[in-house]
Structures are given as structure tokens and as C-alpha cells.
Design a protein around this ligand. Sequence first.
Ligand SMILES: NC(=O)c1ccc[n+]([C@@H]2O[C@H](COP(=O)([O-])OP(=O)(O)OC[C@H]3O[C@@H](n4cnc5c(N)ncnc54)[C@H](O)[C@@H]3O)[C@@H](O)[C@H]2O)c1
Length: 397
Amino acid sequence: MEWARAHMPVLRRIQARFEKEQPFRGIAIGMCMHLEMKTAVLGQTLKAGGATVAITGSNPLSTQDDVAAALAASGAYVYAWHRVNAQEHHENLLKVLGHNPGLIIDDGGELSVAVHTERQQLIPEIIGACEETTTGVHRYRALEKDGLLKYPVIAVNDAYTKFLFDSQHGTGQSALEGVMRATNMLIAGKTVVVGGFGWVGRGIALRAKGLGAKVVITEVNPVRALEAVMDGYSVMSMTEAAKVGDIFITATGCNQIITSEHFRVMKDGAVLANSGHYDVEVDVKSLRRDAVSTRTARQSVEEFTMKDGRKLFLLAEGRLVNLAAADGHPAEVMDLTFADQALCAEYLLKNKGKLQPKVYGVPTEIDQATAALWLEANNIHIDSLSPEQTKYLGSWQ
Ligand SMILES: NC(=O)c1ccc[n+]([C@@H]2O[C@H](COP(=O)([O-])OP(=O)(O)OC[C@H]3O[C@@H](n4cnc5c(N)ncnc54)[C@H](O)[C@@H]3O)[C@@H](O)[C@H]2O)c1
């Protein structure tokens, strides 16, 4: 945690202000996030601002027990351990809600779905929620569309200072790191198939290309597919890509990206990994059914022997490979994302009672403040508009 903090100068600056101003005094903040070192620094920052922090992990494999223990020792209420099962995870969500949170920081919408379905009595006291990831934003928007959302939500995921850096550069680097740590394979010369060319997919594609891979993109959105073509990648359907790929990494947020139809035609030795939020992108159930035997090949690598003798290798059980087989995003990018989280939580509190039960984007001033703090911390100076320039840009003549 000290290592992460040393690489998170923006959060350190915010923490120094929070210590003085105590914006969260008397408020419990319920968090459901990947519980590793950077998240712990966010938890400590909120606590320094006066909050009671109660947290659970958002994935059974991403919780790091040493970090969970250290965060608990620093005074947060921690309900998380590595390899939690589905029922324990559910109970932990309810334990976090047992602290009557005034604010929620969610990663995947899990705490709020639990509030809306099982703990509606908490709703009057909940000021709002911040959501970390694309999949969670989809779930919150679906609640809003059905007229069921009961408090304001800020889609922190949609901040420029999040998706341009965390989703793209953070996941790009750490997903490849997860694959490399798990397999110790050379990426150069391999064909890496990336499912989805969104913010995460393009980051993974860029890093794979930089390591010398031939990169193939699969997409359902023609504009994104066109972008991928013009960025120099091969684009094809998964049916075609399945036959040529050595390493597959999904990042669509959708399910059933790689299924039996694809397992049947894959090369012997193909490696399957996922970097999307849930373990539904590689159809693991069908893979288990199709295989004649399985065994653990290495830590985070499961070998599936198919009827014809081919072996396919699944990484991290099809869960987020960058968090389950590596340490997640580098601290420098999480510094930006978690600065957005801390500032958005503060914004919800300052605007208590003024916001509707809707999904809001991140206020531009917060995006700009986070970027400005990062530049300042890294001693990078930029220009500012002169009065003449402002006048010029605002004039139609
Ligand atoms: N591993 C991490 O640390 C991490 C970080 C950020 C986001 N995420 C998760 O990664 C996923 C993608 O996030 P994003 O921000 O890139 O989303 P995005 O919406 O920008 O991109 C997803 C892309 O996948 C494409 N797609 C959707 N369904 C598809 C299908 N069936 N076949 C092929 N392509 C398909 C979409 O057209 C889109 O271009 C989400 O689940 C998100 O929560 C993970």
C-alpha cells in the first residue's frame, strides 16, 4: 500500500485536503471494489476525510488477503478474502450495507443492485453512488430505464480521466502482464485475438502489437471495426479468428464471445483469457463439457484436453486476467481513476438533495481538476487561453 501510495500523487494531494476539511465526517461509505493495494489507498483517503469505510471485493480472485488485512488494521471494515464463494460474496455485500452507507462506491453495480432488491429500507439515507466500470454503468442505466433507480449515480467510468488512461493504458498493460505472468510465453510472433475494440480492447491491442504480436480484432460495431482496420489490425469474425489465434483476450462486456463453435476449431495450445468484467465472455461451462479431461497446468492456467487430443488453456478461470493473474492496473493510472472517485463522492455529498435519481456523467470540472492535479504532481506545465484567445474562440465573426 505504501508502494502504491508513493505512485499516487493526485490522491495524496486530495487526502491532504480531506484531512483538513473532513468532508465525509459522520458518513459511512460502502465500497465494492477489487481489493488490492490501490483500492486500499482510496479507502484510506476517504477515511482520512472522516468517513467510516466498509468494503468488500468485487471479484473472488482479485482480493489480495494481505492488502485486505492491512486495510482492516488501518481502521476500515473489510469483508473480503481471496476465493470467496458466491454465497459468501453475497453475505459480504449485505454486511457492507449493514453499515447504513450514505454513499456507495461500486464496481459492477453490485451493492446498488443489492440495495434495490433486498435492502430498500436503506434508500432514504443513500445520497448517491459512484460506479467504476462499463458493465456497472450498463446495469445502472438499465435500472434507470426501467424507472427503478432510487438515487443519483455518477458514472465515474465515463470520465475522460478514467477511460482514456485506466481502461486503455491500465488494462492494456496489465492484461498482457497477466497473460505473461500466467504462461511465461513469448508474445512476439504470436497471433493475439482481441474480442471487442472498445477502450479496453484497443489498449490490449496496442500493447500486444508493441510486443510484436500479429493482432486480430473481432467486433459487432462497424465503426469500431473500421477504426481497428485503419489502426492497422486485421478484423474478422470470431469464427474465422478462432482458427488462427494463439492467444485470445476478450474485452467486450458481453457474453458468449468464445463458445463451443470456436473451441472446436482452435489450434492445439491456444490460450484463452478474459479482461471484461464478468466471467461470461469465454463460455467456460461449455468448455468443461466439451473437454475429456482438465488439470491445473500452472498457477492460473487450466488445461482442457479435447476429444481429438488438442489442448486449450484457460487463464484465471475466465475471470479478469489482469487482476486475477497480475496486480491489476499500475498505480499511476489508478491515481487518476480514484481521484475521480474521491472527488465524485464529495460532489454527491455537496449536492445532496439537488440531484435526480439518474445516471450522471462526471462533471467536467472534476475531470479537469483530476487531470490538472496529475500534471502539477508530475511537474508538467501547459498553456492557458489568453483573454484575446477566449474572445476569438467565442465569437462567430
Ligand atoms: N480488466 C479491467 O481491469 C477492466 C477495466 C475497465 C473495464 N473493464 C471491463 O471491460 C469490458 C469492456 O469495457 P470497455 O470500456 O472497453 O467497453 P466499450 O463499450 O468501450 O467496448 C466494448 C466493445 O466490445 C464490442 N462488443 C460488444 N459485444 C460484442 C460481441 N458480441 N462481439 C464482439 N465485440 C463486441 C462493442 O461493440 C465495443 O466496441 C467491460 O466489461 C468493462 O467493465 C475491465
